[in-house]
Design a protein around this ligand. Structure first.
Ligand code: NAD
Length: 368
């Protein structure tokens, strides 16, 4: 398994697809192009042993197409392990649309994207990710049934972000219990980096429990709004990674734990919503461990969203969504124990358990 974050420039020196550092035996990668709507998208199906590949669509203004490809490879792989560790009968997939969600997203573009999803006949089922709203999934639903995260009025489970935030909050509490001896977050200093759909909801949970919350974001308007709503401090220092906090919650983009930041982090716990927080899972997880920083694996604690959208396929209701999400607390503690017992980083402990489940299912599938 290889999942290091690599820049577009570095990638250009390699084979275009199967030689990518982030390529990890993905089953299928689909490039989608439509001149009329300006759609340029990539769908990545990483693994379908556990079931059809389910994962959100991200719309982002990537610096170049290599970065977009790298992102979809990493994100779709992450979904495979997220669903396996959570015990859901689905595989891992993800899609990226190249472009600015604020200025380039149109109903025509979303429907065209839906047609490409439909062409895969259910091998990939989409949902929302960064740059997407429930209303966008409703547009995709106009042309294909292979979409989740649609409005409740159309039979969907609605916006998954608050459930994701709840799972992250519980995973953070489990990590606090492991690291500080108590899961009480009241009085703990928590930095939430990225106060979008998930980050703001996490701030809400933390404030209600009495944590001392600091927020960081590139969107000044949002900072002012969230700060006044929850009495959260805005981080105004030079370098957010050096912030004097107990817990760091990455809730913006991935790879924030990298060569530049990993030795600066002062927090004793890292627990957040962002996907692929470790730039290189084989390097940065181990450095965190050496530094005595407890890392709650991202794909484990941010699974609330997938639990929520999967409900639309498995036909379970809110009660079961909450039960499965609440289970994140116990699973996180189990992973910490497994990591200690087997001398693994917490990230590799979670990967190992997820991979074992996939291997087991593969055997079952082959004997059916
Ligand atoms: P979002 O787009 O609503 O919010 C992201 C926020 O991060 C925005 O406010 C943005 O301004 C901010 N941001 C971007 N770059 C930043 C930077 N360099 N520094 C500080 N802030 C920055 O996205 P979201 O839905 O809240 O998702 C956040 C993260 O959680 C993403 O990585 C996403 O993949 C992951 N995630 C989301 C869900 C979900 O249910 N929405 C589920 C699982 C994982």
């Amino acid at each position: 398994m290889n999942a290091a974050f690599t820049t577009g420039k570095e990638l250009q020196k390699m084979d275009p697809v199967f030689g990518q550092l982030s390529f990890d035996d993905h089953e299928q990668i689909v490039f989608c192009n439509d001149k009329d709507t300006g759609l340029k998208a990539i769908i990545g199906i990483h693994n379908s042993v556990m079931g059809p590949a389910l994962g959100g669509t991200r719309m982002f203004n990537y610096a170049n197409e290599w970065d977009a490809l790298n992102d979809v490879l990493r994100l779709s792989r992450g979904m495979t392990f997220k669903s396996a560790i959570t015990g859901l009968n689905i595989g891992g997939g993800k899609a990226v649309i190249i472009g600015d969600a604020k200025t380039q997203k149109t109903p025509e573009l979303m429907r065209k994207f839906g047609e490409f999803v439909h062409s895969l006949s259910g091998r990939y089922i989409t949902a929302e990710d960064v740059g997407m709203e429930t209303a966008d999934m409703d547009l995709v639903r106009d042309v294909t049934p292979y979409v989740t995260g649609i409005s409740e009025s159309r039979g969907g489970a609605g916006n998954p972000s608050p459930i994701t935030a709840y799972g992250v909050y519980l995973g953070m509490k489990a990590a606090a219990k492991q690291q500080f001896g108590s899961d009480v977050l009241s009085g703990k200093k928590v930095l939430v980096q990225g106060i979008g759909h998930v980050g703001e909801s996490l701030v809400d949970y933390l404030s209600k429990e009495g944590a001392i919350v600091t927020i960081a974001d590139i969107n000044e308007e949002k900072l002012a709004e969230v700060s006044s709503k929850y009495q959260a401090q805005i981080y105004r220092g030079e370098d957010v990674y050096t912030a004097d906090v107990d817990i760091y919650a990455p809730c913006a983009m991935g790879a924030t734990i990298n060569n530049d930041t990993v030795y600066k982090i002062n927090a004793k716990v890292i627990a957040g919503a962002a996907n692929n927080q470790l730039a290189d899972e084989n390097v940065h997880g181990a450095i965190l461990q050496e530094r005595g920083i407890l890392y709650a694996p991202d794909f484990l604690i941010n699974a609330g969203g997938i639990i929520n959208v999967y409900a639309e396929l498995a036909h379970y209701g809110k009660e079961e969504i909450m039960r499965k999400t609440e289970n994140i607390y116990n699973t996180t503690l189990e992973i910490f124990d497994f990591a200690t017992a087997n001398n693994l980083t917490t990230h590799h402990a979670a990967l190992t358990i997820a991979q074992n489940r996939i291997n087991q299912r593969k055997i079952e599938n082959s004997t059916k």
